[in-house]
Design a protein. Structure first.
Length: 661
């Protein structure tokens, strides 16, 4: 039988030389006395029935092997690479790369990458728990396109955990692979501005003389019509490794805890907005607890209407007048004061004296100006708030008028492809930068206005626009351009805007196509969403037995889980209700929705100090599931796996989803 994998190995001593050589070319396994066998157990290589093989490696030498063992699967054709949550295609490795934010980028010409090449490399090797799903897949775009790849455990275990495994991709050799032991090569990306050298301690695997290890691998090798067939394999990986998030409190308890914490601790009456961060700050001379605030005001994400809208809905659920007044004050302040009359778009931030587009994110943008991400998002939520208030007996005519003004300005600069600008000029509202899925927030706002006013004259334009976003981003699995501070790294946030737009367009047109678009976009979001509960090493998450399943990785640039994906529970429920799909598809999406709900209910303080900081209901945006973004520290200098602050936009993402259940 022809073997699937090519095996190589490197000893610890030789590995130190490879690090200096900037190479990933290991030695023959025979050089270390390692023998290799594969045993076919079952399967057809399809998405639903992959080949199941048992891999066995034996150390036949009389010396212990300490190092890394590498198994590689060849593409046998030009390939794009998919390591969920870490690598999408090439992570735009062929695009301009000398930018502020660094993230892994594949480029086959950089075979021995030096630090001056960072982040370009022909190969990437990463610890297994960096991926949301323990698989490495390729889309081979030859005369007969196919999906080729595998899934296996992210850890090597015997009775208990022994060592992390690793996943690899190499665009020069056109391979994906797995390692016993692991590498973070050619660099360890902690975050975009914290990039550490290749690891040379704690990552090696030991095989004693005559010891044999074995592990089950599932191999995919099936015909594909497009890169989106990757999602068929990912669904199977989910079925194989799914672990339910830990159960904590009920939905009603979570809604109450999260919304009251924002109401009681994050509202800033003088600024008429919510604080971006709230931290404990000791006690005053009277023994009263103090808090510090990092305001970072914004009309939408991070602490404007994305907080105010869920608080408005929660206030009705809880019959809390104080909560309602805060939310209305925040929204009305923005509507009354933020409009830039030169552009007919809202300024996004306010420093207490002046409105402007220069929020905390401004320094990381390529073109300064109005952001379709923020302005479209604000108009979308303002219309949701308008409809909610109208349904409950209050009509805000000025909110609707404001929305019409903003949406008209957003639509005015749609290009011939149907794409809204990513950035608009402050001077006249003209489009000055495109090429971004994040601008689909503007499309969502447009469709929301059409739904609100029952004005359908622009539906053909919206249909052209959503098809452009689908074909240019979603169908290519190359979704980028949403967070304003990541230099257009592949991310998850723009997908969430697209899902909303597709759902709204289906509500209006009843066209099955937009449910199909929505389904593929949900699958793309799920590729960032953990299917299992990772092995957390760093407190407080390690101490709490916190669950990663149901939480979604932010982007390949910011390798942590933040809760924005929890906000689309209502959209998942809509799809389940309206989709005419087979039972397995509906069951899969329902299970993902349940994961998302359970994850949100367990990921905040259920009592004071549960996460080693803060009050009941407090929640930050940062949850470190692996080595990525572990930079926060306790007072004694030890590393922490979360941020020690209440961040209302994060809590509100959970709230929005729970309130839609």
């Amino acid at each position: 039988m022809v073997k699937f994998f090519i095996i190589s190995a490197v000893s610890r001593t030789r590995h130190l030389e490879l690090v200096n050589e900037k190479s990933d070319i290991y030695d023959s396994a025979d050089a270390y006395g390692l023998s290799y066998q594969e045993k076919m157990l079952e399967g057809k290589g399809t998405a639903d029935s992959p080949f199941k093989i048992e891999v066995s490696i034996q150390n036949k030498s009389d010396k212990a092997f300490e190092g890394i063992i590498h198994l590689e699967l060849e593409a046998k054709g030009p390939a794009d690479f998919y390591l969920p949550g870490f690598m999408y295609g090439s992570n735009r490795g062929d695009k301009p790369w000398k930018v502020d934010c660094k993230y892994p980028r594949l480029n086959s010409s950089v075979t021995n990458p030096s630090d001056s090449d960072c982040p370009l490399s022909s190969f990437y090797m990463v610890r297994g728990d960096r991926l949301s799903h323990p698989c490495a897949l390729m889309y081979i775009n030859g005369s007969q396109p196919k999906i080729r790849g595998f899934h296996t455990s992210p850890y090597y275990c015997e009775k208990d955990f022994v060592q992390y495994g690793g996943f690899t991709c190499n665009s020069k050799r056109q391979t994906v692979g797995y390692t016993f032991g692991y590498e973070n090569a050619p660099w360890l990306f902690v975050q975009s501005h914290t990039i550490l050298p290749r690891q040379t301690s704690g990552n090696y695997f030991t095989l004693q003389p005559n010891q044999t290890i074995s592990q089950i691998f599932y191999i995919y090798d099936f015909a594909a019509s497009s890169p989106t067939d990757i999602h068929k394999a990912i669904r199977n990986v989910y079925d194989a490794y799914h672990q339910t998030p830990r159960k904590s409190v009920s939905l009603d308890e979570a809604v109450k805890d999260l919304s009251l914490a924002i109401c009681d601790y994050a509202w800033l009456p003088l600024q008429k907005c919510y604080s971006g961060f709230v931290r404990e700050d000791g006690f005053d001379e009277n023994g009263q607890e103090k808090f510090s605030y990092n305001v970072i005001p914004s009309i939408s994400w991070t602490n404007g209407i994305v907080v105010a809208y869920p608080q408005l809905v929660a206030s009705a659920r809880l019959q809390n007048q104080k909560m309602r007044e805060q939310a209305l004050c925040c929204i009305q302040h923005i509507v009354d004061n933020s409009l830039n009359k030169k552009s007919s778009l809202p300024y996004e931030t306010f420093d207490g004296q002046k409105w402007s587009c220069r929020g905390w994110w401004y320094g990381g943008m390529h073109s300064g100006g109005h952001s379709a991400y923020l302005d479209g998002q604000f108009a979308y939520y303002l219309l949701k708030a308008y409809l909610f208030e109208k349904e409950n007996g209050t009509i805000h005519d000025d909110w609707l008028a404001f929305s019409k003004t903003v949406v008209a300005a957003l639509e005015r600069e749609i290009n011939r492809l149907g794409e809204y600008p990513f950035i608009y000029s402050e001077d006249d509202g003209s489009g000055i930068e495109y090429d971004s899925l994040g601008s689909s927030w503007a499309l969502a706002a447009s469709i929301m206005l059409a739904l609100t006013t029952n004005d359908t004259k622009n539906i053909p334009l919206f249909e052209k626009s959503i098809t452009h976003y689908y074909e240019s981003f979603i169908a290519r699995l190359e979704c980028y351009g949403s967070p304003l501070d990541t230099d257009k790294a592949p991310d998850n946030e723009g997908v969430l805007a697209f899902i909303r737009a597709a759902m709204l367009l289906h509500q209006i047109t009843k066209n099955q196509l937009y449910l199909d678009y929505m389904e593929t976009a949900l699958y793309q979001e799920f590729s960032y969403k953990f299917c299992y509960n990772g092995r957390i090493e760093v407190p407080p998450l390690s101490r709490l037995k916190w669950s990663s399943c149901g939480g979604s990785i932010t982007s390949v640039c910011n390798p942590h889980i933040h809760p924005m994906s929890s906000s689309i529970v209502g959209e998942m429920a809509y799809f389940i209700e309206h989709a005419k799909k087979d039972a397995r598809t509906v069951g899969y999406i329902k299970s993902r929705m349940e994961d998302t709900i359970l994850w949100g209910c367990q990921t905040y303080n259920h009592f004071d100090g549960e996460y080693d900081y803060g009050k009941k209901g407090w929640m930050s945006e940062r949850f470190c599931y692996s080595q990525g973004l572990v930079v926060e520290k306790y007072k004694d200098g030890k590393l922490a796996s979360t941020w020690f602050a209440l961040m209302p936009w994060a809590s509100s993402s959970i709230l929005e989803g729970l309130l839609d259940v």
